[in-house]
Ligand binder design. Structure first.
Ligand code: NAD
Length: 495
């Protein structure tokens, strides 16, 4: 009943826009937020926007719930179910927030200006400059190819919605082409072979989703492909999911064996051509072997690298010159070598893994910090006004005593507002889907204790955790509907 009321209220809010939006206030500081991912959106949710002129810049005009992106590649989840428009997010804030669908191409720290390029049309080259008092950089990272020849041209990545759409189309393209009667055996096998490079959570979850798609739908709709369909996961390290506990790594590898996903560990991809992957495998005796794998679909999931706009900023800041992985920030997330510039999420190089969880916590920390800074500034002004008033009242008068005591109390509150606490990450755990309605979970349940579990119950937990983390009630309902739809009707095998 409570859920229904909540759902009703959320729908009412969505359908009724806020009125009386105020124009930007010239007396307020301008805060520019770059990005619309986990960090930036979590900051937007927490910050009281009436204290600043807030400007959001991102080429992606929606927040993407990335943990369910692998499910979009096979149609288990429809992509719109995990997108939340930025316009909807900012509409419900305390005061007007400006949004530009644009890409930040240069951050000029000296002049406190960001150059942004219009992204509303494909061929648009319009640029403009935004002045900022405060800047938050949350632009994320891009796919790393390690400069391996052929990857950029022939592989599919899995980071954004268009990537998932491209993969979904390519899966069906390969399968339909492989069903051509006069194709020779080697070519059919190649088209039905999907290679996933990178055994981190992205690679593992995609391989699992694809194998599910094959077992639950494709095999029934197109039985002719059943004997040759194959998924191979290639990982350079000795095991998949290196950030998970040993027992969950073993569980995942056993699970993949049972699902007939072939796992090649200690195998490093060296080159990619239009239809073949060349990899170097290390045998148990330490010797090397070159493998050639013909493929129809190649999904590249080997992690992240720094975006050009961040690389450029780092090159122009002396304090950042030695960093390779991203922006160095202090314990308050201030970019080293700057004042009034903060960074969060995957574009930073910290001791934490580049995960959604870290970025989200950094975002809400920064939101709180900006609220605190605004409170401190207000109190400072109040104290100054009271001091001026006190100087005009007679020495020893009752009015003066009352003003002085008010100054004392506000100064105490001001000191508290100025004492900022550093960012502290609280790791809640890691989850990954491993196929056949099973998931693994490495949870932090108490101060120094971990709880590792894998299986169907963990999958129920995985689903409920992700459902509860979806951005809006609309997203939750859509995701739930997608899961029910797939259970009842199966996945859509059209292109
Ligand atoms: P990752 O960095 O976690 O894993 C990439 C893997 O690719 C590594 O294990 C690496 O050894 C391997 N690799 C690199 N080059 C290779 C090559 N040439 N040949 C073969 N293997 C190669 O990448 P990811 O899975 O995209 O994850 C990125 C970040 O996002 C990580 O911090 C991850 O924890 C996080 N993430 C978490 C989840 C989750 O918890 N469910 C899901 C997705 C991403």
């Amino acid at each position: 009943f409570a859920t229904l009321i909540y759902a009703g209220w959320s729908i009412y809010e969505t359908r009724h826009p806020r009125e009386n939006q105020s124009p930007p206030d010239p007396t307020k500081k301008t805060l520019v937020i770059l990005g619309s991912g986990w960090g930036s959106v979590s900051l937007l949710k927490t910050i009281n926007t009436s204290n600043y002129n807030v400007v959001v810049v991102s080429p992606r005009n929606f927040f993407l719930f990335t943990p369910l992106l692998p499910s979009c590649t096979t149609g288990t989840i429809e992509h719109r179910s995990i997108m939340e428009p930025i316009r909807g997010i900012i509409r419900n804030k305390e005061s007007d927030v400006t949004y530009y669908e644009a890409e930040a191409t240069k951050i000029d720290y000296e002049n406190r200006v960001v150059t942004i390029r219009d992204h509303s049309t494909e061929d648009s080259k319009d640029e403009r400059q935004l002045k900022f008092d405060y800047l938050v950089v949350g632009v994320g990272a891009m796919n790393s190819t390690f400069g391996i020849p052929g990857v950029q041209d022939h592989a599919c990545f899995l980071k954004e919605i268009p990537d998932a759409q491209k993969i979904r189309k390519k899966i069906m393209d390969c399968i339909e082409s492989a069903s051509f009667k006069n194709l020779d055996d080697a070519d059919r096998k190649r088209l039905l072979h999907t290679v996933v490079v990178g055994g981190g959570p992205t690679g593992v979850e995609f391989a699992a989703e694809l194998q599910d798609f094959f077992e639950e739908d494709l095999k029934k709709w197109i039985p002719g492909i059943a004997k040759d369909f194959k998924v191979t996961l290639v990982e350079a390290l000795p095991n998949v999911l290196p950030s998970f506990s040993k027992q969950l790594i073993d569980y995942t590898e056993r699970q993949f064996k049972a699902e007939k996903i072939s796992v090649l560990t200690k195998t490093m991809v060296k080159k990619v051509t239009e239809d073949t992957i060349i990899a170097e495998a290390t045998r148990p005796d330490g010797s090397k072997e070159t493998l050639e794998m013909p493929y129809g679909l190649l999904v590249w999931a080997t992690g992240n690298t720094v975006r050009p706009v961040i690389r450029d900023l780092m090159a122009n800041l002396e304090a950042q010159k030695n960093s390779r992985r991203g922006l160095l920030v202090n314990e308050y997330l201030v970019v080293e070598g700057t004042e009034g510039v903060w960074a969060l999420g995957d574009c930073t190089a910290t001791k934490y893994a580049p995960t959604a969880q870290v970025a989200a916590q950094q975002g809400s920390y920064l939101g709180g910090l900006f609220n605190q800074l605004a409170r401190a500034e207000d109190l400072e002004q109040e104290v100054r006004a009271l001091e001026a008033k006190a100087s005009q009242t007679a020495e020893g008068s009752a009015e003066r005593k009352s003003i002085l005591s008010e100054i004392e109390s506000r100064s105490r509150r001001l000191r508290r507002s100025k004492s900022l606490l550093p960012f502290e990450y609280s790791h809640q755990g890691s989850l990954a889907y491993v196929g056949s309605d099973k998931a693994v979970a490495d949870l932090t349940l108490w101060a120094e204790g971990n709880f590792a579990s894998g299986g169907r119950l963990t999958y129920m937990f995985w689903r409920s955790a992700y459902l509860s983390m979806c951005f809006s009630m609309r997203n939750k309902i859509l995701v739930l509907t997608d899961w029910v739809k797939v259970k009842v009707f199966g996945r859509d095998v059209s292109r």
